[in-house]
Design a protein. Structure first.
Length: 208
């Protein structure tokens, strides 16, 4: 049986949308981005649609679509609205579901509630997406500690970037977390190259 997964990043722009697209495509999963901040460029849902190749009905509508590319609470404030985290609940779907958060786990949804507070309420298994580049050990271990302090289940960590054996092993060992695999830099980044890279570096049995 395939479980739902929540994809979080150690930082903004770490590559969690790319990983989400790869996982959605591999599992033929539904995808949901609860809060989208920034609408001028391609949204994360549109990116996942382009890179995953799943049917359009598997791409679920965002609960909040905010124009400003900023932290959700700032984007919402700019539009004179406030995100109500209590109204955010994982959609009920048949089959696998991949949920992608906005930014890192400590990103505020409003002036009082952080993304990690929402994750603590959901209690769904979390996959942490981390860079392999300099600084990843600190960001990754802080993210893992924050999740565990709130008893949020951590399924594993997925790395993005060039192979860096030492930091990857350090994060897995000190973070007591399973290293699921690594997606390399892809040029071109396209549906076919992403699918092949995921199949080469990850095992589907880790997600079922």
């Amino acid at each position: 049986m395939t479980r739902p997964f929540v994809i979080v990043g150690t930082d903004t722009g770490v590559g969690k949308t790319c990983f989400s697209a790869a996982l959605v495509g591999a599992l033929n999963a539904h995808y949901w981005k609860p809060v989208q901040s920034g609408l001028e460029e391609e949204t994360d849902t549109q990116t996942v649609a382009r890179l995953s190749g799943v049917a359009p009905d598997r791409l679920l509508a965002e609960a909040w679509r905010l124009k400003l590319p900023a932290s959700p609470h700032i984007s919402a404030r700019a539009e004179g609205v406030e995100i109500d985290p209590a109204a955010l609940a994982p959609p009920q779907v048949e089959g696998p579901l991949v949920i992608e958060t906005a930014g890192g786990v400590m990103v505020p949804l409003n002036d009082d509630v952080l993304t990690i507070d929402l994750l603590a309420r959901w209690r769904l298994p979390v996959i942490v997406v981390a860079r392999t580049a300099l600084g990843t050990i600190n960001h990754s271990l802080l993210t893992l500690e924050a999740l565990r302090r709130r008893d949020i289940p951590v399924h594993g960590v997925a790395f993005m970037g060039d192979a860096e054996k030492a930091p990857q092993e350090t994060i897995a060992r000190l973070g007591s977390v399973r290293a699921l695999g690594r997606l390399p830099r892809l040029d071109p980044l396209a549906r076919e190259t992403l699918r092949a890279a995921f199949a080469a570096s990850f095992s589907l049995s880790d997600f079922t």
